[in-house]
Write a protein that binds this ligand. Structure first.
Ligand code: NDP
Length: 251
């Protein structure tokens, strides 16, 4: 890993080994930000590190293990001195009829998409407060903008992430920590292909209400995250930013 100075900006991108998280990590690395990517799949993380180079540090950790999170953040701060940016991107989805969703299904999605976001954020914010600065960027979904059938737990989790963004923003912005959220539209990744491939009706619905007429590129979300983490966004906090080709306002 590259050695760095105290002015080196440090970011954590959860789920940074693939899809949108990888694209965010790539934009950060291109902007000379040392970027720690966290995921569960060592192979995926290794490939991402190889692709992104010395400014990318892979960390294999299942964020569902809430008890391990304080120690992990402590270790990272010990190693790097501080954290400037946290992107809560790791997430899972599940498509099932409302009445088929078990309590365990519901809990599993909420656990990864909401509870671990809270725990990681709390631990990182604790380290940001003494410095009086930092950026938290949460990732929600169109599922929190309007109703999408067959994703009840995912919708509940992402709606809660948006609510948490606003609550965090009002409490933490006076202390120098800016908290924002990106609501991606339909972006070409493994997650969206699982949800759309083999469901022609849903795919058609997505395209018909997306004025730009195509899926987004993971890099589009990376650009938005880089902006929200930049000096140019220094008066932006508590925002839910759709990056969606117009999908959220589509007819
Ligand atoms: P991917 O499935 O490609 O990526 C999800 C990432 O999350 C993976 O890198 C995965 O890592 C990581 N992850 C999942 N669970 C855990 C866990 N318990 N601990 C650590 N890491 C975990 O999906 P996308 O890139 O499409 O999605 C990224 C985010 O964007 C998600 O929050 C998703 O809800 C959101 N989103 C995506 C949209 C899309 O159209 N693609 C639209 C709207 C929102 P690993 O496999 O190593 O565990």
């Amino acid at each position: 890993m590259k050695t760095h100075t105290t002015t080196q900006r440090i970011a954590i991108v959860t789920g940074g080994g693939s899809g949108i998280g990888l694209a965010i990590a790539e934009k950060f690395v291109q902007a000379s930000i040392l970027t720690i990517i966290i995921g569960r799949d060592q192979k995926k993380l290794g490939a991402a590190q190889k692709q992104l180079g010395d400014l990318c540090e892979p960390v294999c950790q299942d964020l569902d293990d809430l008890a391990a999170i304080p120690g992990l953040i402590d270790q990272l701060v010990h190693r790097h001195g501080h954290i400037d940016i946290l992107v809560n991107n790791a997430g899972i989805n599940m498509k099932k009829e409302f009445t088929d969703v078990t309590d365990e299904d519901f809990e599993r999605i909420l656990h990864t998409n909401l509870r671990s976001v809270f725990t990681v954020s709390r631990e990182v914010v604790r380290t940001m407060l003494p410095r009086g600065k930092g950026h938290i960027i949460n990732i929600s979904s169109m599922a929190a903008q309007y109703g999408i059938p067959k994703v009840i737990a995912y919708t509940a989790s992402k709606s809660a992430v948006e609510g948490m963004t606003k609550a965090m923003a009002v409490e933490l912005s006076p202390k120098g920590i800016l908290v924002n959220c990106i609501a991606p539209g339909f972006i070409a990744t493994d997650m969206s292909s699982k949800a759309l491939d083999g469901d022609a009706e849903r795919k058609q619905k997505v395209f018909s209400r997306t004025p730009m007429g195509r899926l987004g590129d993971p890099g589009d979300i990376g650009d938005a995250a880089l902006f929200l983490a930049s000096e140019q966004a220094k008066y932006v906090t508590g925002v839910i930013l759709p990056v969606d080709g117009g999908n959220s306002v589509g007819f």
